[in-house]
Design a protein around this ligand. Structure first.
Ligand code: ADP
Length: 221
């Protein structure tokens, strides 16, 4: 069975989520208090409705509790975002993801039972800054406050060396989980695999250790 999603708030963030879900063939109910925004999405998603989601009876009427996943993407109006999340939780929605404006907002959302809180601006800012700092970091995914997965461009110090030669796990406490080479991807590379120029290493580990690896083996910025 196809998963059913509801997206509340059709600004840049909620709108982008709606478009992507719809492109992937998902059933999406798009909701906004603003008629123009709803109109914009009426041809993109399965259903689009004008509603104020801080009104419990409205959400009940939409049968919101039958949706598998509800995304609350109400922007600046923190009060409406919190109240909407609280009602969704009380109505028993299975999974609730909410966009937070700041750390206090996030704290409250987690306290009232949001399953997942996202900070798109903060997270994307971190990601871009990390890519800017290093010549070798191509992309970066935060797993927790202290752990990440990064895509590292193999540096000249690594060319021709095998994973045993580099001994990354013992020296830096990180694991190379895959190597991207041209159009191929080598998952769980063997210890005798030699690194080639142009390889992209997918590394998992503690941020501190990834940083040490990068500083020691990376090309200087
Ligand atoms: P972004 O920063 O992602 O662009 P916006 O602040 O532009 O976010 O968009 C948030 C959307 O949430 C707006 O379209 C707004 O009309 C909608 N919204 C705000 N309050 C409510 C509410 N109580 N019920 C439904 N939608 C709401």
């Amino acid at each position: 069975m196809k998963k059913e999603f509801a997206v509340i708030g059709l600004g840049r963030f909620g709108g982008s989520i709606c478009r992507t879900l719809a492109q992937e063939g998902m059933e999406v109910l798009a909701i906004d208090i603003n008629e123009d925004r709803v109109h914009e999405f009426s041809n993109i998603v399965s259903h689009a409705v004008v509603a104020d989601t801080t009104d419990e009876s409205v959400l009940k009427g939409l049968g919101i509790r039958n949706f598998d996943h509800v995304i609350v993407a109400i922007g600046d109006n923190i009060q409406s975002s919190i109240l909407t999340t609280l009602i969704l939780k009380e109505l028993g929605v299975g999974k609730i993801t909410v966009k937070a404006q700041n750390d206090y907002h996030e704290k409250v959302l987690l306290k009232i039972g949001a399953d997942h809180v996202v900070h798109p601006e903060r997270d994307m800012g971190k990601r871009i800054a990390n890519n800017m700092i290093s010549n070798n970091v191509l992309d970066y995914l935060e797993l927790s406050d202290e752990h990440s997965i990064v895509e590292l461009m193999a540096s000249s110090k690594m060319y021709g060396k095998t994973l045993i030669d580099l001994d990354i796990r013992a020296k830096y406490g990180c694991n190379i989980v895959a190597i991207k080479r041209s159009n191929d991807i080598i998952v769980s590379p063997l210890a005798m695999e030699a690194i080639k120029e142009g390889d992209i290493l997918i590394v998992i580990g503690a941020d501190m250790n990834i940083d040490r690896l990068e500083k020691s083996l990376g090309d200087k910025v």
